[in-house]
Design a binder for this molecule. Structure first.
Ligand SMILES: [Zn+2]
Length: 192
């Protein structure tokens, strides 16, 4: 199973692990093993395994984040109780030398111990909710539900992926225009 990393943030990519396929929701991380693979693919660490408890907690964070992001997009008050319950499990911090001097970082090593994974993802989501970035849903409403942070300079990004959704829309619009042509015009079809 291939994962999608189009959100621009781990919290959005987590919510984007529920996609729509053939009109029905499809969960890309239905098992602990899938979550371990996703965590590695997301670059968060390479845990050998994820426990069923951590898997269940991450799915709960995913649902809480989706609720929060949906509220932002609907310009409604953002529910915070469920996220706060996870944020309360914050790990300690540690000083590490970085390229620009010392950094104060969460004491988390998801490769050695993925127990902090729910917190890492809830914390990432909390940063999205408070960071002032532009949260968007892909404009391909017919077949796509993915969220992303619009970091384009002009703030005009519309698609989760130009290849996956932008071009499909362009082809569809082109086909619609072409179908309005007089008889004899070469019919155009979108691929699939
Ligand atoms: Zn899309």
């Amino acid at each position: 199973m291939s994962f999608l990393f189009r959100g621009g943030d781990p919290a959005l990519d987590l919510v984007n692990t529920v996609i729509v396929e053939a009109g029905a929701p499809l969960d890309l991380i239905p098992t602990p093993a899938d979550l371990a693979a996703w965590t590695a693919a997301a670059g968060l660490g390479s845990p050998a395994a994820v426990s069923p408890e951590v898997h269940a907690a991450v799915l709960d964070v995913r649902s809480a984040l989706k609720e929060a992001f949906d509220a932002v997009l609907a310009e409604q008050p953002v529910p915070t109780d469920r996220l706060n319950a996870v944020l309360a499990d914050a790990p300690g911090t540690v000083l590490r030398a970085g390229p620009d001097g010392l950094q104060l970082l969460p004491r988390v090593d998801l490769t050695a111990d993925p127990a902090a994974l729910p917190w890492v993802l809830a914390d990432a989501g909390a940063r999205v909710l408070t960071g002032g970035g532009l949260l968007r849903r892909c404009a391909n409403h017919d077949t796509c539900v993915l969220l992303f942070l619009d970091t384009s300079r002009s703030h005009t990004r519309r698609w989760c992926s130009m290849e996956a959704c932008g071009n499909r829309n362009k082809v569809a619009a082109h086909a619609a225009r072409a179908s309005g042509r007089p008889p004899g015009a070469r019919p155009r079809r979108s691929p699939r």
